[in-house]
Design a binder for this molecule. Structure first.
Ligand SMILES: C[S@@+](CC[C@H](N)C(=O)[O-])C[C@H]1O[C@@H](n2cnc3c(N)ncnc32)[C@H](O)[C@@H]1O
Length: 248
C-alpha cells in the first residue's frame, strides 16, 4: 500500500469533479488521474472478485472457452484465472476507459498471453468476432453502467445457451427484498447510494432481483465489507456475488 497512491486515488474519488459530455468521456476523465494507482487501492475496496473467478472456473468448462470481462479496467482479474488462462480460447477485456486499458495492454504484453484482447467499447453493445460467448463477467462495473439493464440484456443476448454470467458488485437491498435475501437497514439503503453517486457509482436495489429473473441462479452470496479510509469501520458496504446460467 502506498500512502501517496492512496491520496491520489482519494483526491480523484472525493474532490476532483468528474467532467465529460457523455458516459465514455466521464469514465475516461474519472480514471485518467488514477490509472497507475488503481489496482493497489481497488484490491482493498473491491472484495469478492477472486472468489467469483474461482467459482466460475469450477463451473465453466474452460477448455477453448470465449469469455468477456465487461468493464474489465486494468485487466487485474486476468490473474485470477491462474494457469487456466492458457487453456481458454479467448478472453476479451472490454472497457470504455482507454487509460485503464493501457494498463491492461501492458499487463497482457508482459505476461506473454496470446489469447487475451482488449476492446475499448461499450459493455451494452460490444460483440466479439466469435459472435457468441461462453462466459461474461462484470466485476464492480454494473454499478458504473447507467444502462445496467441493457448491459445485462446484452450479456444474455451474446451468451450461448447454457453460458454463464458472473457478477460481483456493491448493492443495497430493497426495502422488502425476497424472503431468501438479506434486508439492509434504512441507514445503509439511504446513505451508500448517495455516497457512491459522487463517483458515478450507483449501488442499486434492482440488480440482484433482475439477475435472478433473467438467469437461472447457480450461486449467490451476500456480504459486507469495510470501505478503506471510511471513518466508521462498523458501517459496512454490502456486496454480492452472483453466477447464473442462460437457460437452454
Ligand atoms: C470500478 S471499475 C471496475 C474495473 C474492474 N472490473 C475491476 O474489478 O477492477 C468499473 C469499470 O467499468 C467501466 N465501465 C463503466 N461503464 C462502462 C460501459 N458502458 N462499458 C464498458 N465499461 C464501462 C469503467 O471504465 C471502469 O473500468
Amino acid at each position: 500500500m502506498s500512502l501517496i497512491g492512496d491520496l491520489r486515488v482519494l483526491y480523484n474519488m472525493a474532490l476532483r469533479p468528474v467532467r465529460g459530455e457523455n458516459h465514455a468521456e466521464r469514465m475516461n476523465n474519472f480514471y485518467s488521474g488514477q490509472a497507475a494507482d488503481y489496482d493497489d487501492f481497488r484490491r482493498r475496496l473491491l472484495q469478492g472478485r477472486e472468489r467469483l473467478w474461482q467459482k466460475m472456473l469450477a463451473d465453466v468448462p474452460y477448455q477453448d472457452t470465449v469469455w468477456m470481462d465487461m468493464g474489465g479496467g486494468t485487466g487485474s482479474n486476468l490473474h485470477f484465472f491462474g494457469p487456466a488462462i492458457e487453456r481458454l480460447g479467448k478472453v476479451y477485456v472490454v472497457d470504455l476507459a482507454g487509460s485503464l486499458l493501457e494498463v491492461a495492454d501492458r499487463r497482457i504484453h508482459e505476461s506473454g498471453w496470446k489469447n487475451i484482447e482488449t476492446a475499448e467499447a461499450d459493455a451494452t453493445k460490444y460483440v466479439p468476432k466469435e459472435g457468441s460467448v461462453d462466459a461474461v463477467t462484470f466485476s464492480y462495473s454494473l454499478t458504473m453502467i447507467p444502462d445496467w439493464f441493457a448491459a445485462i440484456d446484452h450479456a444474455w443476448n451474446v451468451l450461448r445457451p447454457g453460458g454463464r454470467i458472473g457478477v460481483v458488485d456493491f448493492y443495497v437491498s430493497r426495502k422488502y427484498p425476497a424472503a431468501e435475501h438479506r434486508k439492509h437497514s434504512w441507514a445503509k439503503r439511504s446513505f451508500w447510494p448517495q455516497w457512491f453517486a459522487y463517483d458515478n457509482v450507483f449501488p442499486s436495489p434492482d440488480h440482484v432481483p433482475y439477475l435472478h429473473r433473467k438467469f437461472e441462479p447457480l450461486f449467490f452470496e451476500e456480504h459486507l465489507t469495510r470501505i478503506p479510509w471510511f471513518p466508521n469501520p462498523f458501517f459496512k458496504m454490502p456486496y454480492y456475488i452472483f453466477i447464473g446460467r442462460k437457460q437452454y
